[in-house]
Ligand binder design. Sequence first.
Ligand code: C2E
Ligand code: MG
Ligand code: MG
Length: 695
Amino acid sequence: MKAGAAVSGNGPANEAAHYRSLAENSPDCIVRYDRCGRRLYANPAHERTSGLPASATLGKTPRELSCLPAAAAAAYQERLLAVVAGGRPADIEIEWKTPDGRRMVQHVVALPEHGPDGAVASVLTVARDISALKETERRLEQAEAMARLGSWQWSARTGRATLSAETCRIFGRPHDWVPDREEILALIVEEDRDWIATALNVTFASQSPDAAFDCRIQTGDAPTDLHSALRIEYDADGKPSLVVGTTQDVTELRGYQQRVHSLASYDPLTTLPNREQFTSRAQHAIGEACRHRQQVGILILDLDRFKAVNDALGHGGGDRLLCEAAGRLRRCVRETDTVARLGGDEFGFVLPDMPPQADIGKVCRKILDAVGETYRIAGREIFLTGSIGIARYPFDGRSVSDLLQHADAAMYHAKAAGRDNYQFYAASLTTQITERLGLAARLRRAVSNGELELYYQPQIDLRTRRLIGAEALLRWNHPEEGLVPPDRFIGIAEETGLIVGIGEWVLRTACATVCAWNRDARPPLRIAVNLSPRQFKTNDLVATVRTVLAETGCAPEWLELEITEGLLLDDTVDVARTLAALRALGLSIAIDDFGTGYSALGYLNRFPVQAIKIDRSFVRDIVARRDSAELVKAIIAMAHSLRLTLVAEGIEERRQEEFLRAHGCQLGQGYLFGKPMPGRDFASLLASAARGAAD
Ligand code: C2E
Ligand code: MG
Ligand code: MG
């Protein structure tokens, strides 16, 4: 029998009435067309929906009716005629506007009705309003698109999946894509494909009712991260019969998760691993080395005098330098090694699986060379060195924290050994650090215990060889260790802030001393006092100097303050204002150790400076090395043009003195004329000089 309804023919009258009543009362629109698509009948539901009385539409084809848009009407008519021609029912979806302006979507089933000869005599259409359903679907689609969450369903009967519009979009396929399992698997990136197939098989085999997994698919240039959740129904044989699921595009979410992870594990400035990540990699390396009887190198690299660079370049420039250094460090080591930024200007290295005879020193040399290459930042050339401390698992420690602590101690040792070098950890270093801490504690009491003393080193007028004054140099008479030179404790005093109190003591003592000398000396002598940058950061330096001058009765022109080059570049304090205020008191200012810092000659005339002291390292080489001689000549010429007084430090030989005098350096200081000496020795020197002058 052919599909479709048969016309009931000559049935009893009450049966006809019965069917008519069904049609008349049906909420669905029921319409009958003849073989040419002309209307034969329309039920009241249709009249209500279309707003057209049945009598007005009878005999007309869809194209002749006004309720459907022209193109839709033509298509609809064609479908009806196809039902007539093919004799098979059809599902049609039509969309139109009702007279009151509503959007109407109907699902129409068109059924061929066969005449007694078996040919299609007419077509009966039953149309159901699915507008509300369509609206719900549309909203769902919107919601899916917003959540990037698509839904789908796979049935064992067809072996294919029906996907929502959003699922199709996620898979980068047209909205009517109806893939089978293989087509979907083909989109999954190769690394994920096998285990997804296995995971599915395991889920089905164990008849789990639900499952979820993450995978990546490749639809465009970049892979898309997906999260899928499945609900599975099984048939009597335990085979999956229906799988409904959702698939969410979580690429963006994974991106955020990765960023959060990287913020927690990586240094945002240099993108190197941070301290946490360093520790966990070191931990891992130690675990591996323990199993394979290998060694692990833990290195700490600290940039030397980075603070001065930071001060000179500003923080932006300092950051750029750190990034550049980080890049160089990364290129120094193997792929399997870790370079991390431990904080500030400190970097850490994990060198795993080093063979027992590996030369860690060679790696360190390479790192130091890379750090030492010239940096070009903001149009300036910057030179930098680093100091490395090395601790090796298992010899120097078995835990990450022990190894780090020991590498740190070795790094401090490298700094103390003159920087730009590396040092291996040795147990004795720990003792040294303890000593350093002990020294700081002792230093605290040194001032009140009267353990500090000033030594005085003569300063000479090179043209006349006459004594013109002295530089006051600090000494510490340690009760157990004897005389401690400033290089061993000034650093600690600066770190701990003790220098501020000590500096004030130095200033007061030096001023009092020069007053005592000048009671008899004609012309008066001058005293040079070293200032630490730290003293500039306490805002009452000017007031302190003024008070000390007043209280000791020292004339301001008898006092010269020595500052370091780095201070002039320090923009965290208003150096120019402080210097101007000091200068206004009537004293003079000298730049110490000139040529060793980041001095640009250009900034000298921006500050009220009267003298520069050529650093000992240049003076030492002027006779032996041509470049040092040329440099000193250039410094002298520059000082002359800026009308600055020059003091040469560290003159030990006559030939150095002669060179300096010949090239116009006015003042000199060094062992040749006298070592730093206690106050009473200097007083006797003065007395004999006075006698010499009198003779
Ligand atoms: P500086 O201010 O450059 O002092 C000169 C240093 O060179 C002194 O070392 C002095 O003993 C040494 N020196 C002088 N002539 C010669 C020479 O002909 N040959 C050699 N080889 N060395 C010579 P010292 O006294 O050990 O002082 C070292 C540094 O400690 C000083 O360098 C200064 O920066 C700092 N310092 C000393 N006293 C004070 C102080 O009272 N306050 C502050 N803030 N720093 C101080
Ligand atoms: Mg000095
Ligand atoms: Mg000096």
